[in-house]
Ligand binder design. Structure first.
Ligand SMILES: [Zn+2]
Ligand SMILES: [Zn+2]
Length: 144
């Protein structure tokens, strides 16, 4: 069983994920860029029951960034912990930047490339989608 640990920058919030990751994306939408303060936000998809907080749950603040998406972040240091999409209620999209240690992840995909920062050029060979891929299933690793 894969065991992945992560925490926010101030370490008040810590968590653990107990699953192999099948979906990894770099999101270039303007909300991810602004919330992460970077060219894109990187996320792994996690089955809700396999994500557990170790500490700091009370320090989490949340924000509805759109009709369906809630973003959770540390109320002290501001680190992005995850977003949650009401249309996909079984999953959490955890910020890859919050993860620690050596983690094996599937190949990432770039999503919402149509909204990417003008000052950033994507120069890798990963698949690019102008918005979300037409189906999430197209880009999940199928091994179960
Ligand atoms: Zn923090
Ligand atoms: Zn985004």
């Amino acid at each position: 069983m894969d065991n992945i640990k992560g925490n926010c920058e101030c370490k008040k919030i810590s968590f653990e994920i107990n699953q192999a990751i099948k979906y990894f994306s770099h999101c270039h939408c303007s909300q991810c860029r602004k919330c992460h303060g970077s060219a894109f936000g990187s996320f792994i998809e996690v089955e809700k029951p396999l994500f557990k907080y170790h500490s700091g749950k009370k320090n989490i603040k949340s924000y509805m960034s759109s009709k369906y998406c809630k973003r959770k972040f540390c109320g002290i240091c501001g680190s992005n912990i995850m977003f949650f999409d009401e249309r996909n209620p079984e999953k959490y999209y955890v910020s890859a930047g919050a993860l620690d240690g050596k983690i094996s992840l599937p190949k990432a995909h770039h999503v919402f490339v149509g909204s990417k920062a003008s000052w950033y050029d994507i120069d890798d060979n990963l698949k690019q989608h102008l918005e979300y891929p037409s189906s999430y299933d197209d880009i999940r690793i199928k091994n179960d």
